[in-house]
Design a protein around this ligand. Structure first.
Ligand code: NAD
Ligand code: TYD
Length: 351
């Protein structure tokens, strides 16, 4: 079996669902259930004996040690994190606590467990750390995309905290020999993403007839990857990735934010006609320190592991919009008081 952390969040939940469908191998799922963690994301496997959910913090070494001793997973996959750049600007503390200190505590628990394993199990064991392309900083319009050898230059409290966790993972490989693999992935989108990130926020606002808040001039570029393609990349890295290596994962789909929003409006106009969604686009104050461009060179994972994305932005976006239209109850259940107060903090003060 495997131990997944953060498996009630967007990518962790999609990974858990895809993993059980693809492999059937049991999963223990450790998640703190912060504002972005949601057991509703795991509804399709409720009652499935192959999945055990445990509410807890990756920074609680005793809880992790107990889970490792009890379940003896062959791998630990760390998805758990604070993940939203804008929230990290308003309040970086939680990012340092979970992403830096939490990952450190998790690594310590895993190292103690791994060191005591018998030889065969120790060799086969993997610690897979899920990270982001944002650790590399920002690109100019003509710069080559980020490769695995691009120097880290994080610009936000979020990316600085993720870069720090990546460095600790690297150090545990180098110093203690822990069999780690790290993935640095571009922006994901797809079902079950919390509606604070660009794509689901725009879908939620458009359906409610609210303004679609584009930061600055909307010309910032991100490289978009459909979440199931990311999940497949993680499975490939877990099974065939070389210990100590990092793998960049991206969608070969660089898009300007404004183009993403307009494409989204076009899909909505087809799927749910009757409103001029594009007229809701509103330019708002830019994000402080806003990274201008991210782009991923994913040739290493393609060459070494044979992974490449299967969805284009158009096919992935159509699936994503369909999912949100079909899951209105999921969306309204997470538009809680905490969500409303985030939206007013972020958009009523910056508009
Ligand atoms: P998310 O915010 O949707 O989910 C994070 C999950 O982690 C939540 O379920 C939350 O409850 C849990 N969590 C937070 N702190 C915890 C703690 N201390 N202990 C245990 N659980 C905790 O985020 P996501 O988009 O699913 O991102 C998952 C991982 O993928 C993160 O490490 C993120 O940095 C990375 N990543 C995300 C993207 C993206 O576009 N979303 C891209 C590249 C990498
Ligand atoms: P986001 O989904 O927060 O991901 P990240 O900042 O990690 O790339 O934002 C994606 C892009 O969209 C980013 O350039 C910021 C921009 N953006 C907006 O223009 N308006 C919004 O309301 C949000 C949430 C993001």
């Amino acid at each position: 079996m495997i131990l997944v952390t953060g498996g009630a969040g967007f990518i962790g939940a999609n990974f858990t669902l895809d993993w059980l469908a693809a492999t059937g191998e049991p999963v223990v799922n450790l998640d703190k259930l912060t504002y972005s963690g949601n057991l509703g994301n795991l509804a399709p496997i409720r009652g499935d004996a192959r999945h055990a959910f445990v509410r807890g913090d990756i920074g609680d070494r005793a809880v992790v040690a107990e889970l490792l001793a009890r379940h003896r997973p062959r791998a630990v996959l760390n998805f758990a994190a604070e993940t939203h750049v804008d929230r990290s600007i308003h309040g970086p503390d939680a990012f340092v606590r979970t992403n830096v200190l939490g990952t450190f505590e998790l690594l310590e628990a895993v190292r103690a467990h791994w060191t005591a394993l018998p030889g065969g199990e120790r060799d086969a064991f993997r610690f897979l750390h899920v990270s982001t392309d944002e650790v590399y900083g920002t690109l100019g319009p003509d710069d080559p995309p980020f490769s695995e050898t691009t120097a880290f230059a994080p610009n936000s409290p979020y990316s600085a905290s993720k870069a720090s966790s990546d460095h600790f993972v690297r150090a545990y490989r180098h110093t203690y020999g822990l069999p780690t693999v790290t993935t640095n992935c571009s922006n994901n989108y797809g079902p079950r993403q919390f509606p604070e990130k660009l794509v689901p926020l725009m879908i939620a606002n458009a359906l409610a007839g609210k303004p679609l808040p584009v930061y600055g001039d909307g010309q910032q570029v991100r490289d978009w990857l459909y979440v199931s393609d990311h999940c497949a990349a993680i499975r490939a890295v877990l099974e065939r990735g070389r210990p100590g290596e990092t793998y960049n994962v991206g969608g070969n789909a660089e898009m300007k934010n404004l183009d993403v929003v307009h494409e989204l409006c076009a899909v909505l106009a087809r799927e749910r006609p009757g409103r001029d969604y594009a007229s809701l686009v509103t330019f708002v104050k830019d994000r402080p320190g806003h990274d201008r461009r991210y782009a991923i060179d994913a040739r290493k994972i393609e060459r070494e592991l044979g992974w490449r994305p299967t969805e284009t932005f158009a096919t992935g976006l159509a699936k994503t919009v369909r999912w949100y239209l079909d899951n209105g109850a999921w969306l309204s259940a997470i538009q809680t008081r905490e969500y409303q107060s985030w939206i007013s903090l972020q958009y009523e003060t910056t508009a």
